[in-house]
Design a protein around this ligand. Structure first.
Ligand SMILES: [Zn+2]
Length: 495
């Protein structure tokens, strides 16, 4: 994410009601019962005591988001958007694996969306929507550990964005002619049932039906479109594991470009014509071409820096969305939201969001407190871009940043606190941390490290501790004092 503006509204405090079923174990079918029904299920073959999956995934900053007991592998989302009422009518088919003998499990789905039917493996399941954000599903029979299952959920309503006092607006965001979804940190549950955890990445298929004339973009690649009398259905497929915070669809009137970068990577970009100022002779078509070209050029430069692109396509979207005021590194297709019609974002800003594809997207933090691993690298990508394109050196930018006022020095980079995820701390000071790492281990080691890290952790999650241990392999110097000073100590570090 880049360029946060404060946006207001108190987040509703939500309480997950565990419900009476929490204490009940549902007997499984198809697993042999041996002896008594002891309450303590042990993995010794007597697997007939099934327990509910946890109602949260335990992230200290968002304890209620995400769920336990299963691993979602694939989401097949099918939705129809009504441009008149702004409502959706949708079905989510989710393939998952049981990680325990599961009597019951939760998905995250925020009000006001209402579920009308749930099946598990084609059989009706009971369900309850509680606490404003939890969908509790009890299958007809328990799901043994290791079992792959498919849950299908029919739901409808008019999704509402999250407006968080500290973190801004996110989720399903209505726009002048449609919608864009920007779900960092926990906005996906505003529009589909999801295991909203950084650690549960999954692949996606999207089938989105909109009034004829509107277009749909999403992560990944288009997989066909079909026009009916009054509507068009767009299919997209996103074949690489994706954290839910990076899942995106956009609906609107877009000028789309679908080309290849110099190295052959598919490059799908789009501009919302209302986001482009047509003064000074610039046309919407010019802007559409330019976004596509700069995206391609940036990606070619970044592939030299960070290694091969981790996904099968790239791109970007510029949208008019005055309530947003930031850009987000949605996987394969960053979104640059602007408050009023203007020009294109500068190339270094595109480099920031595209740099995230390696740092944040293919390697995703294990916990939200590790977000400096995203934003530090994305900020440093801006500095490297400027340095290698005839601008100021990274050292000059470090020096300027080091003279920053006290706000940058408040807090700890690797422990920012929930309300400070997007503060200058996790951007500017995190970028400075990486510059100090570069100076300490030298350019050769540093530029090898930035290629190796995303390759080693591809499609995964990583912690700050893992990064520190990884970096230590590139030098004989002890890096602990450096990281202690820059990541874990509040106040301006001495040089
Ligand atoms: Zn960012």
């Amino acid at each position: 994410m880049a360029g946060i503006n404060p946006r207001a509204r108190k987040v509703a405090a939500t309480v997950v009601t565990a419900g009476v079923l929490a204490s009940l174990a549902v007997a499984c079918t198809g697993v042999s019962h041996s002896g008594s029904d002891s309450a303590s299920a042990k993995p010794t073959g007597s697997t007939h005591d099934f327990t509910p999956g946890a109602a949260g995934s335990g992230d200290p900053y968002f304890p209620k988001m995400g769920n336990g007991g299963y691993d979602a592998e694939h989401y097949d989302l099918s939705l129809t958007y009504n441009a008149g009422t702004k409502a959706i009518n949708a079905t989510a088919k989710i393939r998952a694996n049981a990680l325990q003998d599961l009597s019951r499990f939760d998905l995250d789905l925020r009000d006001p969306l209402k579920v009308s039917k749930v099946t598990v493996d084609g059989r009706p399941a009971t369900y309850e929507q509680t606490g404003g954000q939890e969908l509790v599903i009890t299958p007809g029979s328990g799901l043994p550990k290791g079992r792959q299952f498919t849950v299908e959920i029919a739901y409808a309503g008019t999704p509402k964005p999250i407006k968080d006092k500290a973190l801004g607006v996110s989720g399903w965001i209505p726009r002048h002619d449609g919608v864009v979804t920007l779900s960092q940190p926990t906005g996906s549950a505003t529009w589909y049932p999801v295991n909203e955890s950084l650690r549960d990445k999954a692949t996606y298929d999207f089938t989105v039906t909109v009034p004829k004339g509107l277009k749909v973009l999403a992560n990944g690649q288009p997989a066909g479109e079909q026009t009916q009398s009054a509507t068009t259905t767009f299919r997209w497929t996103n074949p690489e594991p994706t954290a839910s915070e990076l899942v995106m669809i956009a609906i609107g009137h877009f000028e789309v470009r679908d080309t290849r970068t110099k190295s052959g990577l598919r490059n799908i970009t789009a501009v919302d014509p209302k986001a482009i100022a047509t003064t000074g002779g610039q046309t919407v078509a010019d802007a559409a071409n330019q976004l596509n070209r700069v995206t391609g050029d940036d990606i070619e430069w970044e592939q030299k820096l960070y290694g091969g692109f981790p996904f099968s396509s790239v791109g970007g979207i510029i949208v008019l969305a005055p309530s947003v005021g930031y850009a987000l590194e949605c996987q394969t297709r960053p979104v640059y939201a602007t408050g009023r019609a203007g020009g294109l974002p500068p190339a270094f800003m595109l480099a920031h969001e595209l740099g995230h594809q390696w740092f944040g997207d293919t390697v995703t933090p294990a916990r939200w407190s590790d977000i400096w691993l995203n934003e530090g690298f994305a900020t440093y990508t801006e500095w490297l871009y400027t340095e290698q394109h005839g601008g100021k050196t990274a050292q000059q930018m470090f020096d300027a940043a080091y003279r920053s006022p006290t706000t940058v020095w408040k807090g700890k980079v690797a422990k920012p606190g929930r309300d400070h995820l997007f503060d200058p701390l996790t951007y500017l000071r995190a970028g400075m941390t990486l510059h100090q790492l570069r100076r300490t281990i030298g350019d050769t080691a540093f530029f090898q490290l930035v290629k190796d890290w995303p390759k080693t952790e591809r499609n995964g999650n990583a912690t700050t501790a893992q990064f520190i241990a990884f970096a230590q392999h590139y030098t004989k110097k002890n890096l602990r004092p450096l990281f202690q000073k820059w990541l874990y100590t509040a106040g301006k570090p001495a040089l």
